[in-house]
Design a protein around this ligand. Structure first.
Ligand SMILES: Nc1ncnc2c1ncn2[C@@H]1O[C@H](COP(=O)(O)OP(=O)(O)O)[C@@H](O)[C@H]1O
Ligand SMILES: [Mg+2]
Length: 364
């Protein structure tokens, strides 16, 4: 019998990766997936390997949920996966409406999805998870106070949004003031929308984890080595990395797990953590979020493709757990992928998996 699935935001890079990984899982297990994909961007909606595609309103449009419910009814959807966190948060708020119609989901509660950076900082700090020293800008004068108390340079960032939104390395109060003022004047943010924190120049690390009713199912960590188009961006942070390598380190695994548990004592769904190190290699958590990092399903796809083993396939594993199925071959709790493997990707150039012995696999 075919599984009938709805994936929202399916035209984004993360959504395309997610569906690609599901299709690989389907092929390896002779499963049959009927996938409906949605996106508000009609160009990007052409990318995913779905059976039927629909353009939907944006997540903040009052009709968004209604359109999803119409699709659910029309296509007898059994499982709903909202991929982008903005859509996941809206669906999570209304999850009962879907459950009443017999639709399964596997998403965290709304409070865990894309929490603002100040909230994250406060929660983690209170629970003893290492976070960078941070000052919230209530007024422009707080910029001077930040430099007095935290030193220089500092990292300034918006409390909401993803992909390093409005972040910048600032060396003087004047730089910080101009940045905040310009963004304020151009209507991107208010003064109170910024935090300023100690600058962490060390390794840039991501920890990804899948949880079921408080139990850690599996996780892995990677170091981000290169961002696309960093030379034409002011902060150098452009969302998703073009080069990253797997690391197996218990101190990172511990920190990542503690950060997720600090956000929710009973995590349920996929959670990602961003970690940045200082000069001495001490790791700090900059973000924890009940969302999928863009490349999490792609790592799963890459390892599944070269091993033909669905154990690595995070998206497919998530689907099975979300359907309430027994998992025969459980993956390890930590270090799902072996150390020293690189995922190398670039616009129009495809995706490579490379290891430290110089072996290379073309993934896409
Ligand atoms: N205090 C900091 N010092 C240096 N770099 C930082 C700092 N905080 C965040 N970053 C960089 O910005 C990236 C994006 O920040 P993150 O906390 O993940 O929020 P988001 O992804 O929502 O923008 C991080 O992965 C890291 O590379
Ligand atoms: Mg992040």
């Amino acid at each position: 019998m075919k599984r009938r699935i709805l994936v929202t935001g399916s035209g984004g890079i993360g959504g395309v990766n997610f569906i690609r990984a599901l299709r690989e899982g389907e092929k390896l297990e002779n499963d049959e997936l009927f996938i409906v994909g949605t996106d508000f961007n009609s160009y990007h909606l052409q990318f995913p390997e779905v059976d039927i595609r629909y353009k939907t309103p944006r997540h903040n449009d009052p009709n968004f949920i209604k359109v999803l419910l119409d699709i659910v009814k029309k296509h007898k959807i059994e499982f709903l996966h909202p991929h982008p966190s903005v859509e996941a948060r809206v669906v999570s708020h209304k999850v009962k409406i879907f459950q009443r119609r017999g639709v399964k989901t596997y998403i965290p509660p709304p409070k865990d999805i894309a929490p603002d950076k100040l909230t994250i900082h406060t929660i983690l700090d209170k629970k003893g998870v290492t976070v960078p020293k941070t000052i919230h800008l209530e007024a422009l004068e707080d910029i001077d106070r930040a430099f007095n108390e935290l030193g220089s340079p500092l990292w300034i960032r918006a409390v909401t949004g993803a992909g390093g939104r409005l972040s910048l390395l600032v060396k003087t109060p004047k730089e910080a003031r101009y940045w905040v003022l310009l963004n304020y004047l151009q209507g991107r943010a208010k003064i109170r929308d910024f935090i300023i924190q100690e600058y962490l120049p060390g390794r840039d690390i991501a920890f990804d984890s899948l949880w079921f009713k408080g139990k850690l199912i599996t996780s892995y960590a990677r170091q981000r080595l290169e961002y696309p188009f960093k030379h034409i961006s002011l902060s150098g942070i452009t969302g998703t990395p073009t080069v990253a390598k797997i690391i197996n380190e218990s101190k990172i695994n511990r920190l990542g797990t503690n950060a997720v548990r600090a956000l929710n004592e009973e995590p349920h769904g996929f959670y990602s953590v961003d970690i940045k190190e200082d000069n001495s290699g001490k790791p700090y958590v900059t973000e924890v979020d009940g969302k999928w990092h863009t490349t999490a399903p792609l790592w799963g796809y890459a390892f599944t493709k070269i091993t033909s083993d669905n154990k690595y396939n995070l998206a497919y594993l998530y689907l099975k757990l979300g359907y309430g199925e027994e998992i025969k071959d459980y993956p390890p709790e930590y270090d799902l992928y072996p150390e020293g493997y690189y995922l190398v990707r670039q616009l129009d150039c495809g995706v490579l998996l490379v290891n430290e012995k110089g072996m290379k696999w073309r993934i896409l």
